[in-house]
Design a protein around this ligand. Structure first.
Ligand code: ATP
Length: 235
């Protein structure tokens, strides 16, 4: 499909249960679409709702109104209304996510953490590990770390393991939450190249990048999330 992701009139507010159920509107009328091979960056000031939109797109946050349409397995799925089982199925094969921080699994090596999403899609262990090793090498993770669980790694080392895990599959839609925040200039450049590679393969990307240089290097379009501020719509 030429447009793998269509977001239509999505609205979200948080209910503060510890404050007498006060409702805090965050975004309203969020509408945009992302074409195959395009990288859309969510911009705007701190607290405007960028991460909340990304979490709704991944199905981590519920959606009050609107639709999040994704082409999955030859059909259209509205992730905003999908059953948890469907959300998990879409995540396995269509929708990838690189979070800001690695979720460390005790006793599992960096190499196996990176190889796991491929094995979950049926690739044999040896090939999955080879591809994981190639990505870790590309991201300059020292080889002596590959067999170790990343719990003791530095912030930038953990982030590179996380990026490798998110980029190893060929998901058609990839969400990136500040993937370069803890990286040095050399590795930021590697990630910019990896994003360009995904675009060339036809992946639709949505990301948050606070680093202006990275943002300008990867973005085809920047959406100012202030446009979706409920206060703006009420005015
Ligand atoms: N789980 C939550 N419960 C209550 N309020 C939340 C929750 N998540 C986010 N918010 C609120 O929603 C608003 C938007 O937060 P969000 O993290 O989406 O902003 P952001 O644009 O990503 O900010 P930043 O650039 O600082 O990361 C903020 O006012 C925040 O306090």
């Amino acid at each position: 499909m030429a447009t793998p992701l269509v977001v239509s009139e999505v609205a979200k507010s948080f209910t503060m249960h510890l404050r007498d159920g006060v409702r805090l509107p965050v975004v309203a009328n969020v509408s945009f679409s992302v074409k195959a091979g395009e990288c859309v960056v969510l911009g705007g000031p701190s607290g405007v709702g960028k991460s909340s939109i990304l979490k709704m797109l991944y199905g981590n946050y519920g959606v009050d109104e609107g639709q999040i349409l994704m082409e999955h397995d030859g059909r259209l799925v509205n992730l905003a209304a999908a059953e948890p089982r469907t959300v998990l199925e879409v995540r396995r094969t269509t929708l990838g996510y690189v979070s800001q921080f690695l979720r460390v699994v005790p006793r599992v090596s960096a190499l196996d953490i990176v190889a796991e999403p491929l094995q979950a899609r049926g690739v044999v262990a040896e090939e999955a590990r080879e591809r994981a090793a190639a990505l870790l090498a590309k991201l300059n993770l020292p080889k002596e770390l590959w067999a170790l669980p990343p719990a003791t790694f530095s912030g930038g080392e953990q982030q590179r393991v996380n990026i490798a895990r998110g980029f190893i599959t060929d998901h058609k839609i990839l969400l990136l939450d500040e993937p370069t925040a803890s990286l040095d200039a050399k590795n930021r450049t590697v990630v910019v190249e990896m994003i360009a590679g995904k675009k060339a393969q036809g992946t639709a990307l949505v990301g948050i990048f606070h680093d202006a240089e990275v943002r300008d290097a990867v973005a085809d379009r920047i959406i100012d999330v202030s446009e979706f501020s409920p206060r703006k719509h009420a005015a």
